[in-house]
Design a protein around this ligand. Structure first.
Ligand SMILES: [Zn+2]
Length: 194
């Protein structure tokens, strides 16, 4: 909480981000018990929704955002799990995609990858904070098992397949001060075999 006072929630415009530092964990006990702290977290949630809406005109174009993208080095990511037409994105666990009432954005606090598939694939990727003219090729695990907490402080265990899994890996990289530039597959390197 103390360290958060040095930051304000921004809209994720270029230059607002804290892209090269490791983010701190959300204090889950304070989230459940501290009204002030909960208000800070919900302020970040609102900032993420603003950033989703403000920066990307095409609803389907961007799938994820992290605390560092809006100037907050805190371990929170958000994944847009429904497309504009209401369909769920591919790769979600049944628990999420079978629940018709699920909101379009999934917030994950203190997300941690507990298991990664050996299978890796390469995709062209861009980043809302970098806005590269041309997407670059990065490698991601096809499947990940996750542990994370929701905004009410409840823990969830879920598995995600590509492409949802790739989006989550991108956002977790941000929490660790890494961007797609750190993951770039150099052209002279051989692609991972599927
Ligand atoms: Zn990014």
């Amino acid at each position: 909480m103390e360290s958060l006072k040095n930051y304000s929630v921004l809209d994720g415009e270029k230059g607002d981000q804290v892209l090269h530092e490791k983010s701190c964990a959300v204090n889950l006990r304070l989230l459940q018990e501290g009204d002030d702290y909960r208000e800070v977290i919900f302020g970040i949630k609102r900032g993420m929704i603003r950033a989703f809406n403000r920066k990307y005109s095409d609803y389907n174009e961007i799938q994820g955002i992290s605390g560092p993208n809006i100037g907050i080095p805190l371990r929170i990511i958000a994944i847009r799990i429904r497309k504009k037409n209401g369909d769920f994105i591919d790769g979600l666990p049944e628990e999420l995609s079978k629940n018709r009432r699920t909101k379009p954005i999934l917030f994950m606090l203190n997300p941690k990858i507990s298991v990664k598939s050996e299978k890796i694939y390469s995709i062209k990727s861009n980043c809302g904070s970098l806005m590269l003219k041309d997407p670059i090729k990065v490698c991601r695990h096809e499947h990940i098992e996750m542990v994370y907490w929701d905004l009410k402080g409840y823990m969830h265990l879920n598995g995600f397949d590509k492409p949802a899994a790739a989006t989550i890996q991108h956002e977790i990289d941000h929490l660790n001060g890494l961007t797609i530039l750190d993951r770039q597959v150099k052209t002279e390197e051989k692609d991972y075999e599927g």
